[in-house]
Write a protein that binds this ligand. Structure first.
Ligand code: 6PG
Length: 337
């Protein structure tokens, strides 16, 4: 099958490589000519503009857009004059599902089909495959099945769930038509909300393990006001890389995120190359918006999102308010480090 790919960043470029490996034809474009050249070396057909990409595709055309969410609308607007009824646009980035609903509504009268795909797998996907959460019209999603199948992980990438044989379907192949427009990105949004929570859980747990040597260390600012109750209870010097490695084997908390944690700690036990300012690209916030709209509690995911805000200094002023109030009502001086 043939597919146009717009956006050859960390995800898009590797997805093209995986498609080419599976025997599909790819016509590719990126604002960086060097990114296009790199893919040409990997047997994709490079295009110098969006128009050239569209011209290089057979009808009905299928164009996969793999650009940051903020640029998707502009990319679609630039493509539209060259597209025709029956063509298919796939947004495989991390768009807000509400934007998918609008786009599908706007494109329908023009006869252009819009498919939203939440794509997970990160930089490892070229070899591991990409988990795809798909939303859109049934017939269009079926038409694109060879593409989804080629991008997806192998069925052997996870042990088969007992009893699953009887059920069939594509889920155990690593891609799923989740529902109509927006459904793919809705599922990906919640996937990423969960990602925040899982990451925060590992991060907090490891930090508590790291603190277990507190009884050995010199007294810090906090210790002056609230000294450790029992310093002899906190005399452990855990090797976090070893603990993470250990948990990967047979424990209840094993996961791919833990695999990555073990690797990161092995390489850099103090994680010195990181400052600790954690960015967020939107999905965590949208997950919380959905939970509020639905009236469904999400305390863990919300705390994980807020922790990211704090990591970027967004709690600093609130913390100053706390110090000011302690000083105002109790005359407590802030202890400087
Ligand atoms: O499933 C995945 O492969 C990831 O979730 C991927 O989509 C990306 O790395 C995140 O969007 C980062 O999200 P934040 O910037 O919000 O952490």
């Amino acid at each position: 099958m043939q597919m146009g790919m717009i956006g050859l960043g960390r995800m898009g470029a590797n997805m093209v490589r995986r498609l080419v490996r599976a025997g599909h034809d790819c016509v590719v474009f990126d604002v960086s000519a060097r990114a296009v050249e790199a893919l040409e070396r990997d047997k994709a057909v490079g295009a110098g503009s969006l128009q050239e990409l569209v011209r290089g595709l057979r009808k009905p055309r299928a164009v996969w857009i793999m650009v940051p969410a903020a640029v998707v609308d502009r990319t679609i607007a630039e493509l539209l004059p060259d597209l025709e009824r029956g063509d298919i646009l796939v947004d495989g980035g991390n768009s807000y599902y509400v934007d998918d609903l609008r786009r599908a509504r706007e494109l329908a009268p023009k006869g252009i089909h819009y498919v939203d795909v939440g794509t997970s797998g990160g930089v490892w996907g070229v070899d591991r495959g990409y988990c795809q959460m798909i939303g859109g019209e049934e017939a269009v999603v079926s038409h694109l099945d060879p593409i989804f199948a080629a991008l997806a992980p192998d069925i052997a990438s996870a042990p088969r769930t007992p009893g699953r044989e009887a059920r069939g379907g594509t889920a155990e192949h690593g891609y799923l038509h989740c529902g109509p427009s927006g459904a793919g990105h809705f599922v990906k949004m919640v996937h990423n909300g969960i990602e925040y929570g899982l990451m925060a859980a590992y991060a907090e747990g490891l930090n508590i393990l790291r603190g277990a040597s507190a009884g050995k260390r010199r007294r810090d600012v906090d210790a002056e006001t609230t000294p450790l109750r029992d310093p002899e209870h906190y005399q452990y010097q855990f090797d976090l890389a070893d603990v993470a490695e250990l948990w990967r084997r047979g424990s209840v908390v094993g996961s791919w995120l833990l695999d990555l944690t073990a690797g990161a700690l092995l390489e850099d036990p103090e994680l010195e190359r990181f400052g600790g300012r954690v960015a967020d690209s939107g999905e965590g916030r949208w997950t919380i918006h959905a939970s509020v709209d639905e009236g469904v509690p999400s305390p863990v995911l919300t705390a994980a999102l807020y922790q990211r805000f704090s990591s970027r200094g967004e709690a600093d002023f609130a913390d100053k308010v706390l110090c000011a109030l302690r000083h105002a009502f109790g005359g407590h001086e802030e202890k400087k480090p």
